[in-house]
Structure formats: structure tokens, C-alpha cells
Design a protein around this ligand. Sequence first.
Ligand SMILES: Cc1ncc(COP(=O)(O)O)c(C=O)c1O
Length: 391
Amino acid sequence: MRDLNQSSKLPRVGTTIFTEMSALAKKHGALNMSQGFPDFQPPKPLQDEVIQAMASGSNQYAPMAGNVALREWIAGNAEDQTGAVYCPETEVTVGAGASSLIFAAIQALIHHGDEVMVLTPCYDLYQPAVELAGGTVVSVPLKPKTYRMDWEAMKAAWSDTMRMVIINVPNNPTGATWNRDDLGKLADLVEGTNAYVISDEVYGPMHHDGREVLSASHERRLRDRSLVFASFGKVLHCTGWKIGYVLAPAEISRELRKVHQYDVFSTGAPFQAGIAAFMNSASGQAHMAELASFYQAKRDRLINGLAGSKWQFSPAEGGYFQVLDYSAFEERDDRTATSAWCTQPNGLALIPLSPFYPEGLAGGQSVRICFAKGDDTIDLGIERLLTISNE
Ligand SMILES: Cc1ncc(COP(=O)(O)O)c(C=O)c1O
């Protein structure tokens, strides 16, 4: 047998920080505001639709590309929101969460020796997926403090072998969004090249303070090379159902499906059917219309509770994470500090920012907190954060 310590295909990958912190929180009874999922339930009418789908027999394999009614809703919604027309038959694919489809896309499109631009800090899936495909990650830091895209740095890092740029807006972990100018600059960057754009928009509708909800699909010049990913888990408070989708031109979708059909093949038939029925209902439409203000109120509750404290922050522009800087009261690095805060009495589990950076690049003295929580949890979180900063 091969010695897997010597021949691992992903030698630098261990247990993720999310699993690590959640296990630590459980062991020490800490309040867990680390992992990115709601502690409240999906809308009742949605649960009813899924139960109904099961009861009426939607229990065998869904079509490989996804439930037809769901794909039709997805295409119609994309056109309403962005003006882009996607064919539900050939350009919409439903998978086991956005992550399974991002993984499939990278395996399908990246060849040995290709370079892939990743903006850091970023979600931890991208780098191992690129490396498994034989590609090389070129990481470009987002701008300090604002975490906006740094177009000069991105241009400077470009090469002839760049085959893909991965964007994530609203960003996990930073909450940063983009504007129309950024969309144009992205189109300028890739124009005339062979690069695909992966636009990870799983927190898509959650833009705060009246910011325009923008997708790569809004920019005509990006459409023929972009894959736009979304997650029902995120927007419907049901991350455990793992239903997501991707929009991409037919030629690209065909390649992606070649991987998807041998990896996941198809996913949760009653969940897809139930989501389709809910999204087409008045309560589904109301849920989506209220989503941004629902999360903005949670963000505001958190940051108002920390106003005037030693925690420093810029309010998250989108998504359901807030980055907090603790440099005003604590010198330890982010991994050491978060472990200590988690394991102390009345502990609190947060995520250090350094695991969102490539190896060797530190995250500074910042942590990520998830505010997709009930108001009581947010209030208790504030109390514990203030205890930590006042110690
Ligand atoms: C940026 C980003 N992309 C993708 C995903 C995965 O989404 P899903 O649960 O639909 O696979 C997550 C989940 O945390 C995420 O934060």
C-alpha cells in the first residue's frame, strides 16, 4: 500500500476550521456563532411543500439537471432580476448545494497547468478544488479594510495561462459587495482572454443598506464565459438540504454536467419539488422580497450592540457574516485567541480569518461572526463579545 502521508493528493488539507470550532464549542458548551448556518427554521409553508412532495410520491431520482419546474423558476427569476435569458433545459443545473457544482465546474474546466485567480480572504473550497484538477491558484488579496477588489493587483497578476477567475459577492467572510463599475472592470479584465468567470453568489439577495443586488449576469460582456452559482440553502434557511444551482451558457453547462452526472447525478427530489412549489407561491415571493431587510436587521442588532466597544468593524455590506477586529485589546494571533475565547467559561465560538488566506499569509487580528441567528442568540453573543473585550 502507498504511504498516504507521502502521496496525499491534498497534503495541506486537514479538518476545516468550521468543523474544528464547532467541535470545540460543543465540547466546552460555548455559544456557537462560528459556522455559517441559521439557528432558525425554514418557512413553514416551504416545509409543508416538501412534506407534500414526499407524500405525493416525489421520492425517486430527480432529473440529472434538476426538477423541471424548479429550473423554470430559476431561469424566470434570473431574467426578472438581471435581464439575462437562460434556457432552463440546457443552461440551468441543480446540484447538491452550490459547493458540489463549483467543484464540478472546476474539475470540468481546469486542466493541468492552468492558473486560477482567487481573491483572498476567500471561501475554503476553491483552492483544493483547483489543485485536484491539476491547476495552480494565483491568489490576489482584496483591498485592506474595505475588502473591495483590487483591479490593479488583479491586472498585474494576470498571465497567458490564466483560465479562470473566482469571484464571491457578497463575500464570505468579509461581507463585501461590488458595484456596476466593478462589473465593467471584471469584463475588461477577461475580455479577449480564454478565462472563465466563476461568480459565487450564494448570499446574492442579501445586500444591505439599499445596495443594488448585482450579479455577473447583469453584465452582457461576461455572460458567454460566466458560471453563476446560487444556494437555496442560504436563502431559504435550510443549509442541510444542500440544494443549489448554476447558470451558465449551454456549451459550458454541457461540460459541467459531464462531471455532475458521475459525481452527484441528481439531488433530493422532494426538496427540489417542494422548493419549486414554494418559490412559485405568494409566500415564497414574500420571503424573497423580505430577505435582505431580515438580515440587515440582524446585522444592525449585532453592530449596534457593539457600538462604542473595543471591537472595531465596518458594517458588512451583504451576506450574514460580520468581520470584527480585536487588535485594540488583544495581541494573540487569531487562532490562539479564538480557541481561548471558545474554551473559557461562558465561551463564544468565532472563526479566525487566517484559514481564509493561502498558507503563510496571516489574516491579521480579525474574526468572523455569523449573525444568521435568533435575536436571543445575537444578544447573548453581544454580551459575550463585550465580556471578552473588557477583560
Ligand atoms: C461563499 C460560499 N460558497 C458556497 C457555499 C456552499 O453553499 P451550499 O451550502 O449551497 O453548498 C458557501 C457555504 O458556506 C459559501 O459561503
